[in-house]
Design a protein around this ligand. Sequence first.
Ligand code: AMP
Ligand code: GLY
Length: 450
Amino acid sequence: MTRVLLVGSGAREHAITRALCNSGGSVSCFASNLNPGIMALAAGFELGELDAPEAVVAFAAQQLAELAVIGPEAPLAAGVADALRAAGIPTVGPGRELAQIETSKAFARDLLMRHGIPGCPRYRTFDALAGVAGWLAELGDSYVVKYDGLAGGKGVKVAGDHLHSHAEALAYCRELVACGGRFVVEEKLVGEEFSLMSFCDGETLRHMPAVQDHKRALEGDRGPNTGGMGSYCDANHSLAFLDDEDISAAQAINEATAAALKAECDEPYRGFLYGGFIATAGGSKLIEYNARLGDPEALNVLEILQSDFLPICEGMATGTLAECEVTFRPEATVCKYVVPEGYGAQPRRDCTLVIDDERLAASGVSLFYAAVNQPPGGALETTSSRAVAVVGSGATLAAAEAQCEAGLAAVSGRGLHVRHDIATPPLLAQRVAHMRQLRGKRVAPVAGAT
Ligand code: AMP
Ligand code: GLY
């Protein structure tokens, strides 16, 4: 058994724990909440501040960890991976300098520009208002303003969505300047978003299937942005609105970005490289990079990972990924999150959640606990964030979606919300029609689309 330290305790980390335990790992989790799914599997468990390197290293030492895997971005930004490596523990997760690929929008855009990597919208970086009005005038109605740092998905404001005039855009920029922030103003891209994540050891990349997340809180892609309400991936490891070229272009961008990071930074990028892409009329473009696995996307890909996850993590952490087998089963997956009503804006805090274990087992789904707490012997408590994720799989997307819904029927309670429209035929048809329209192809009427 390899002793693995895992940092983080959401549904992504529950799925990582399961995958590590199923492939010969013994997991000790440094957690921010009492995740009952992880606690049931883990050999060690400690609550603490995930962005406190000394505390994480002390726990790793106490647990005699031989490998570390970092789940969320906050510890990466705080240098937890650097501290673990300095303590001699091979670690999956980039150091603080490399994690700028996620923590600084300007770093990511500038890196791609310097290396001639395709896929970037036109952009400029500012730390004062001078020049912003002129740049907005050049962009016209198609602009996005992004705070240049981690803001939990709240720092991005898109024209037509959150901003309705240059005056509103300038007011937001003024706010960012006032709190001392740098920001990026870039061209708004129009298309369909998808996530393409790669395992990376600094040299070798192994790509995961393309997945589509749903950021908006409400059905029909309405409501505020969230951490992600659910995601799906088809049995061919692609999405119906994507061409093969969209996928290969995104893979090539991840490869070129890893090579650029290698050329510019002193240490290898050892971890997950998650490209947030958008398929446009002009091909795949990059919206942003993340330095970790996506949540919920991790739940889709780990569900169908055929190869053992532990050796892949060891391969990433030690620069030997080229020797690893990385294959995924040809199955579709659908993940839907159960969240408190109002999640993304003003979440209810009085939710209750009950899981009918027999019914859940009969459905055949996987269930992962997210931001919930269950003290040993106590009741399950929800928080203001996502509660549980249910993942269905099957030979077709329809079968996976039906299984996911059967699993969701085993979850009941007060004040809960689920986006049941994820991976349903009307939503899928809408995505395909949108892409065909952008690509100038004939669009058949979409039955049942709202
Ligand atoms: P981010 O925090 O960079 O993931 O941005 C959050 C969301 O804002 C993305 O998922 C997109 O929906 C949207 N977004 C960010 N940048 C752009 C862009 N250049 N064009 C269109 N939408 C964008
Ligand atoms: N799926 C969105 C995220 O992990 O950031």
